[in-house]
Design a protein around this ligand. Structure first.
Ligand SMILES: Cc1cc2nc3c(=O)[nH]c(=O)nc-3n(C[C@H](O)[C@H](O)[C@H](O)COP(=O)(O)O)c2cc1C
Length: 372
């Protein structure tokens, strides 16, 4: 294996890295959170993630959704690879899909540091990153490099790649910016996610309300009628009535699906971590139930007319199964990767296969909606 810096690693070195890397990755959590994140991206970039053989997932995990085929139901959630730098290394960790972004029309540095906090006791993270990213043009240039002439992504495992788009903090015009971004990414994304739910961009979550959402979706359809599947990512803090309005609006607009959910601005009473009152979005274990409840609510309202991605607090195979039985077609994870490191996806897949075998279930799709 040749690393990105051109140094050819011997078989023994590769083996040593594969064995040590999960522990090195785990060690990143003792650094300042953002330094840990940068080192994780850096070492993935250098090819130090171990497991370089393409993953052979058990066919009982294979998922079809949005006209795409996913080798397993666990995707990398948005926000980890904001700049589309490590799609192939993440594929080699065993993910069934990678979502890059959130990417905005112009590059921006995000909020002042510190802006990322670990609540280790709670298995949680609070972030107020504020869409720090390189901007759409640089990200498109990176995506272009890893697509082949047939339009497929040349990632090691050839998995679907989603692009998550959002607006700049300054000078945003959502009704123009979202269509502009869809136009830019439509040839480079297997699916597109409109992020309307980050709590760290002032006014962003107001765009979830049907009056604004309808205008944005109509403008996209008008300008780019042949776009790839589009999903809207929602906050877990919406009221019942608001959820009903959003589901109606996206179905009427012909949108493919929803991602449930982004981070929450709420703070459960039993949080223990010292940083629990830091402003920003809370993710990880404390958001799991809230996200799953919202997923189930949306699944009941949409009655099979939308593709649903369950995201929030997944740590185990049983958590993935819980999302699928409550309406998810596919799932995503972020916070647990920070705590567990690169072995996470392999472990979750193993646990799912064990549960399915124990219960005599022939394929994961049999579980969909059974808890609704
Ligand atoms: C540090 C951090 C940055 C994030 N950045 C984004 C982002 O840019 N866009 C987005 O849609 N979601 C972002 N998220 C939210 C995640 O994609 C996910 O929806 C949320 O963390 C819940 O999943 P989890 O509990 O598995 O972490 C971010 C989450 C974290 C922890």
């Amino acid at each position: 294996m040749k690393s990105k810096i051109g140094y050819r690693l011997s078989e023994i070195e590769q083996e040593a890295i594969a064995i040590c890397y999960p522990w090195i990755f785990k060690g990143f959590q003792f650094l300042k959170p953002e330094t840990g994140h940068e080192l994780a991206i850096g070492s993935l970039l250098l090819g130090l993630c171990g497991g370089h053989k393409p993953w052979q997932d058990d066919p009982i995990l294979q998922v079809n959704a949005m006209g795409l085929s996913f080798p397993n139901p666990i995707g990398m959630a948005a926000g980890f690879d904001k700049n589309a730098l490590v799609i192939s290394p993440l594929a080699r960790l065993g993910f069934g899909a990678v979502e890059v972004g959130t990417v905005t029309p112009r590059p921006q540095t995000g909020n002042p540091k510190p802006r990322l906090f670990r609540l280790t006791e709670d298995g949680a993270i609070i972030n107020r990153m504020g869409f720090n990213n390189d901007g759409i043009n640089r990200i498109i240039a990176r995506l272009e490099k890893i697509k082949d002439s047939k339009g497929s992504f040349k990632t090691t495992a050839n998995i679907p790649v989603g692009v998550n788009i959002g607006i700049n903090k300054i000078g945003a015009d959502p009704e123009k910016d979202y269509p502009f971004l869809v136009g830019k990414v439509q040839d480079y994304a297997d699916y597109i996610v409109l992020n309307l739910s980050s709590p760290n961009t002032p006014g962003l979550r107001d765009l979830q309300h049907p009056s604004r959402l309808r205008g944005i979706l109509a403008a996209i359809k008008d300008q780019y009628p042949h776009h790839p599947p589009i999903l809207v990512k929602l906050a877990p803090d919406l009221e019942e009535k608001e959820i009903e309005g959003i589901v109606e609006t996206v179905i009427e607009a012909g949108i493919t699906g929803l991602i449930l959910t982004n981070t929450t601005i709420s703070r459960p009473d039993d949080l223990q971590g010292a940083f629990r009152y830091e402003p920003g979005g809370l993710s990880g274990r404390p958001v799991r139930q809230k996200s799953t409840e919202m997923l189930a609510r949306v699944a009941r309202l949409s009655k099979g007319r939308l593709t649903l991605i369950g995201c929030g607090g997944i740590e185990t195979g049983a958590d993935v199964i819980e999302k699928i039985t409550h309406g998810a077609d596919f799932t995503q994870v972020y916070s647990a990767l920070v705590y567990e490191g690169p072995g996470l996806v392999r472990r979750i897949k193993k646990e799912i296969v064990e549960i399915l075998n124990q219960q005599g279930i022939k394929h994961i799709s049999e579980l969909k909606n059974i808890a609704l």
